[in-house]
Design a binder for this molecule. Structure first.
Ligand SMILES: [Zn+2]
Length: 209
């Protein structure tokens, strides 16, 4: 085992900062919530080198799962949303997995973007750029199970600490771990009155999502 091949949390955060994918400051969401940090993961994945380092690191973590390594290359990489597509493609390349799919939310329901027949989808690894609440991964697990496909791995580059680190798979005994390169301690304030940055008078920036 050569753990230095998987960059540590601090090193990954350094890459996210450098590419603008992670910013610190004072941000206000459309929901009215305030936060001192902001992730925009596609900014890290716009650079080939950064995308490759992050995806190879996540794929190494996934490979350490026996079920994943023994299924290769007959594996499908599935992104819960269009935002995870760059991660899914890069992880697919690193693992030389044979299939890729992604889901989208249409009228509140998550569904595959591609037309897929049940039985066509190889055992699945679900990957996303960031897992804030775990909801996107949980929705995708449901969708993949409806196709009759086995789920053997889950991963995100960043996982917020409050979100689940394991996911129950309907019809399976053992939950699947949600692997990540960074476990981030996210801070949220419900409104301006509760916000520490507002109290400090830090200029605020409104963000769309
Ligand atoms: Zn504030």
């Amino acid at each position: 085992m050569m753990p230095q091949l998987i960059p540590g949390s601090e090193q990954v955060m350094g890459m996210l900062k450098k590419t603008g994918a992670f910013r610190e400051g004072h941000f206000v969401y459309p929901s009215g919530q305030h936060t001192p940090h902001y992730f925009q993961m596609p900014l890290a994945f716009r650079y080939y080198d950064t995308a490759r380092v992050l995806a190879v690191a996540l794929s190494r973590k996934l490979r350490l799962e026996k079920e994943v390594s023994s299924a290769l290359p007959k594996l499908s990489i599935i992104s819960p949303s269009p935002g995870g597509i760059p991660v899914a493609f890069a992880v697919r390349e690193a693992l030389t997995a044979d299939q890729i799919y992604w889901a989208e939310r249409e009228e509140g329901k998550r569904m595959f973007r591609q037309y897929v027949n049940a039985g066509e989808v190889s055992p699945a690894v679900i990957v996303d750029d960031i897992s804030r609440s775990g909801e996107a991964i949980a929705d995708t697990v449901k969708l993949v199970r409806e196709m009759g496909t086995k789920i053997i791995g889950c991963g995100a580059i960043v996982r917020f600490k409050g979100s689940p680190d394991h996911i129950e798979i309907p019809g399976e005994d053992d939950p699947v771990p949600i692997l990540s390169l960074v476990e981030f301690d996210a801070k949220w304030y419900d409104d301006a009155a509760a916000c520490a940055e507002c109290k400090k008078g830090v200029p605020e920036e409104h963000v769309r999502f």
